[in-house]
Each structure stands twice: as structure tokens, then as C-alpha cells.
Design a protein around this ligand. Sequence first.
Ligand code: MF3
Ligand code: CO
Ligand code: CO
Length: 250
Amino acid sequence: MIRLLSPREAQAMREAGRAAASTLAWVGSQLRSGMSTAHIDRLVREDTKRRGGTPSQLGYHGFPAAVCTSRNEVVCHGIPHPQEKLGEGDIINIDVTTKLNGYHGDTSQTFVIGGASPDAEHVVRVAREARDLGVRAVKPGARLGDIGAVIQEFAEREGCSVVRDLGGHGIGRDMHQEPHVPHFGRSGTGLRLKAGMAITIEPMVNLGSAAVRQLEDGWTIVTADGRLSAQFEHTVLVTDSGHEVTTRAP
Ligand code: MF3
Ligand code: CO
Ligand code: CO
């Protein structure tokens, strides 16, 4: 069952989205070579609290941290660790999800630490543009396959691949709810969007093959070939006239 948001719930989504986006922007501005991913987790906890929210990811199915920190070949769901330090040339996705007044905002960006290689710059740019193309396809009457198709076609045209084993999701009172939102597919297929739905668009784009595997910790997803992966995420409301991004950077 896909829940539709009332106008007052949509307003709560805007507020949660703004909080998540503000935390992500502030934490992003603090990143330095030498900083540990555990320190990033601390910053996210503090800033989320300052904004009156709680970190939605902390304890989610037992997830042990407030934020996912996914560096280089880590695709998503990386667990912050005191021994994991940012280095020059690394790329790192920071995925912030904030619960505020009962609703969630979910957003991520991949940051480049210092000067990155052309390969790193490429995969980061393709992931960002793929996300933005997907967002622009959101409107009432559009189908999930339309969104997946624009993302997949763009990423593959740029010589990258799109992860298939994980996708975006409905969001609202729960961080993860129906529907599942694939980042690949064929236009004209799949669920039809309606005003009042809220979904995330969060393509994971790999420099090499799309295959991924999970580490023994039960969370961390890495590329099977060990090559770089990047991701960007927005929470998007379907409106009568098109869409509204709740997690636009302040
Ligand atoms: N924010 C992540 C997403 O985009 C959720 C990760 S679940 C966690 O869907 F438990 F790993 F945090
Ligand atoms: Co998400
Ligand atoms: Co997220």
C-alpha cells in the first residue's frame, strides 16, 4: 500500500528534508584529510540534534551509527569507524537521514577530498547528474520505469554502470516504505506516480561493473571489482504540477 501525504504532512516532509539537507551541507563543509569517519558520525549526531531532529538510521534494523559513510569502492551503508581516515584523493558519500516531527528527510552527496583523479571526478559527476535527471522526471502520471530509464541511459552513455541490487524508496512516516524505486528500467513501465507520493532518487553509479557484494559486517556494500562508486540522493514530493525536492541544499 502506498501512502499519500496530506498537505500538512507534505509540510512536515519539507521541514525534515530541510533539516537533513542542512546537516549534510554543514558536515560536508567540515571534511578534511585526516578526519575519521567516526568523527563524521559525531558531527551528524550533534547537528541533527541542534536542529531538533533524530538520526533515522541509528538503530535501524540494528545499524550501529547515525550516518552512512561510504568511501571509494564502498557503494553504500558504510559504517563509520575511528580507524578509517579520509585521505587526499578519496571520494566519500555521506548519507544523512533525519526524523523531524514524525517524518523523514533522506539525502546524500559524494564529496571529493583534495584533488581527485579524473576517474574519481568522472564517476562523481555522472552520479550527481544521473540523480538530477531522475529527479526531473518526477511528476504525476510519470512511471517508475521512466525515471529508471533516464538514469540508466545517461550513466551507461557516460561509460559507467548503475547498481541494480539496491534502489530508492518511498519515504514519509517511515524512512523506507513502498514503493521500491529502481535506477534502471524501461520507460513506459512500472508504477504510475501520483500527487502526494514521496520517493527518494539515489542512484549508485560504478566506474566498472554493476556487481556488488556485502561485507561480513552485514551492512557495507562494495563493488565486486573494487573500482570506485559514487551516489547522490534527494527526497522528492510528487506535486500536482510536477515535483518538489525537500532536501535541496540550503
Ligand atoms: N539513508 C539510507 C538510504 O538512502 C538508509 C540506509 S539504512 C542504514 O536509504 F541502516 F544503513 F542506515
Ligand atoms: Co534513501
Ligand atoms: Co539515504
